[in-house]
Design a binder for this molecule. Sequence first.
Ligand code: HSE
Length: 470
Amino acid sequence: MQNYSIEGLSGGRLPFLTPAHLRLGPPKEEPSMSKINIGIIGFGTVGAGAYEVLCANRDIIASRVGAEVAVKKIADLDITTDRKIAFAPDRSLFTLDALEVIHDPEIQVVVELIGGLGTARQLILEAINTGKHVVTANKALLAEYGSEIYRAAETQGVGLGFEASVGGGIPIVGALKNGLSANRIQTCIGILNGTSNYILTQMTQEGIPFDRAVQEAVRLGFAEDPPTLDVEGVDAAHKLAIIISLALGAPVSFKDIHREGIVAVTPDDIRFADEFGYRIKLLAIARDLGRRIEARVHAAMIPRDHILANVNEAFNAIYVEGDFVGPNLYYGLGAGGRPTGSAVASDIITLARNIRCRNQISMPPLAHVNRQVKEISIQPMQDLVTSYYFRVSALDRPGVLSRIAGILAQHQISIASVIQKGRGETGPVPIVMLTHEARESAVQKAISLIDQLDVVAKKTMVIRVEGGRP
Ligand code: HSE
């Protein structure tokens, strides 16, 4: 998990910038092609993981590149703490000054791993404008300022690698750029946030409520405290924005992606879902609808025997359908220093191969040279058509179910199954139902009317269903 929040650490200042470096220009001499020099900015969990794999697998990497790949400088705010990793870098590699890395004429690839938006954005643009190839794991930055960064890299003709921004060690970015490049990507459904997946797995397997599962995840180091960006779907939406941008060759902003988290999911929902044959997962869903794109992140019920329903703990998985290749599944660890470091190193290797062969960069950041999609139009959530699960908390009295069913019927929502749990002698009872396919706008209107009924005790829980019937 990324350790750095540069705003948090520095109070918004730019700790790496010194005026002296702003005067330095691009490299004048061409460095040796038998050794490719790398500079790392940000030496937290991922930086250390990348450094370790570059050292541990130095021989095989040299064989795959055809040149030695060496880390020449590392910039970090903390250059004194012993990282306690195998292959700890020599102290002489460290600097407090990120611009010293960017402007070192012998460094050809700059790796940004500080995270955050402000300083990271400036450093990446500075590196690109200095003619350096860039590798980053910064999904938030790409999901928010991607168009500026992609354009800058293309204009300068430098490479931009961001394999580590989605799915940790899973090579999904490479798959979309290379292995699936002959296909129109029709569907992507991802479990892209390991923290939420860990929490939902604990709730499912142990029957514990959300808050306890969060505490457990924090205690075991699977979640930050508090894991707001994870459990509110922000992290998954960042990653989905990058996947869609790559699939279509045009940047999409994560702000345009409908996003809900898992905070409202209860152990009851998980139990009722199980009775209907489903599991609850935080899904990131993208579909090419022709003129528009479906793009949404929310808790969803998927059939228990669906391959994604069985992705548990902190694992990530991405299901992709291409028009010729059909279904593909990518599965692995979506976080952690070693898997994410492996993804960072893979980008370094790709760029190092290019450098060794003195090639022009042939892969634009979004892997499309002549973009056919100028602007991506995301379908308004109101137009979504899918099946739904409702959990209504209602008083257990004659006629209640028919009033609820009446409102659903008025909105063309057809019920597929319904169960009432228990007898409500002491208070409201859950009435849970599954619908056939219905329109989101109709569901929202119907639920708001149901929630106004005097027999309904609290807000109805709505969970969308994905992946058909069990
Ligand atoms: N916070 C992320 C997750 C890991 O829980 O999956 C880094 O992307």
